[in-house]
Design a protein around this ligand. Structure first.
Ligand SMILES: [Zn+2]
Length: 316
């Protein structure tokens, strides 16, 4: 079992100015493709599940898949709940073995967002589960939640600083101009805002709405403090296109395992490409530091200790 939370992987990424890819998986095949991709290039990786994917498969099913796929993995893998607005589902995922959760109360007023985020932290942290929260509203469509671009508002640096001082997060997702889904026209990313929020919060930032951004934009955002980059829409495209392309090329075959293999290969290739772009290839530290069973993370950071094989924050 090699599931980790995101805490240490993101601290390391921020320090070394690369980003860990967070890929929204859809089923066993895509989950396995993302993990095998990370193993092939020796990268830490985050496999994300949206509430809708969980609703479809069920918590236990996804958790069993993750345990099975990662059992002999030699890279750190986190299983993360993406954009969740419901406290009961967050609790269910934590109980089922998720190592990380995102509480998204960004559509609520600041105080309400903060208080729900704190509530999640109180539940998650004692169990070694890392927490991400969002401020401002990221545009586009995620699951069935739609934010019109002209309504999307960006995260204010002062409020970001206050939010992160009040809530001890592992990862912060400020709205900085990216959008979920497919971009209509040129994305307008507020790079200065990313830099300022990164400095003032001193937290690894999550970049949402990654699909469709140019390589240059990714690299610049990562250099300014984005240590987690979410890729969802591209995986959906790879998932469906690979199936359709294979079918069109071999219409008379009707061999599902070959189609599934084509899908696996396409998703794995897409994930490897992004991992390399984000600079996390070769950054898996498991072999180096976890080779002995008496590894103690507090040797390197006084703020963390191991609990049930996970990094747990002890506070200042
Ligand atoms: Zn998102």
């Amino acid at each position: 079992m090699s599931l980790e939370n995101m805490t240490e992987m993101l601290i390391r990424a921020k320090e070394r100015k690369y980003a860990v890819g967070a890929f929204n998986i859809l089923d066993y095949n895509s989950m396995k493709a993302a993990v095998r991709a990370a193993e092939e290039v020796k990268a830490p990786v985050i496999i994300q599940t949206s509430p809708k994917t969980i609703e479809f498969w069920g918590c236990r099913t996804l958790s069993v898949w993750a345990e099975e796929i990662c059992r002999d993995s030699d890279v750190p893998v986190a299983i993360h709940l993406d954009h969740c607005r419901e406290l009961p589902l967050i609790k269910e995922c934590i109980d089922a073995g998720w190592t990380s959760v995102m509480v998204d109360a960004s559509s609520k007023p600041f105080e309400e967002n903060l208080s729900l985020t704190k509530e999640v932290i109180e539940i998650a942290k004692p169990k070694g589960v890392s927490v991400e929260a969002e401020l401002g509203e990221i545009g586009g469509v995620e699951d069935n939640i739609s934010v019109r671009d002209d309504n999307a508002y960006l995260a204010d640096p002062n409020k970001s600083e206050l939010f992160c001082r009040e809530a001890s997060l592992d990862c912060f997702a400020p709205a900085v101009g990216t959008a979920h889904g497919v971009y209509r026209g040129e994305p307008k990313i507020d790079f200065d805002r990313i830099e300022e929020i990164s400095k003032r919060t001193n937290l690894p930032l999550a970049l949402h709405g990654g699909t469709g951004l140019s390589d240059e934009i990714f690299i610049r955002c990562i250099s300014l403090g984005c240590a987690k980059v979410n890729i969802s829409t591209q995986i959906k495209y790879a998932y469906i296109d690979s199936f359709v392309n294979y079918y069109n090329a071999y219409k008379t075959e009707y061999n599902p395992l070959k189609e599934i293999t084509a899908q696996f290969d396409t998703i794995k290739t897409a994930v490897i490409e992004k991992i390399k772009l984000f600079g996390s290839a070769g950054q898996a530290w498991r072999e180096k530091y976890y080779g002995s069973t008496n590894f103690n993370a507090s040797n390197r950071s006084g703020h963390y200790h191991r609990h049930n094989n996970r990094m747990v924050y002890k506070g200042e």
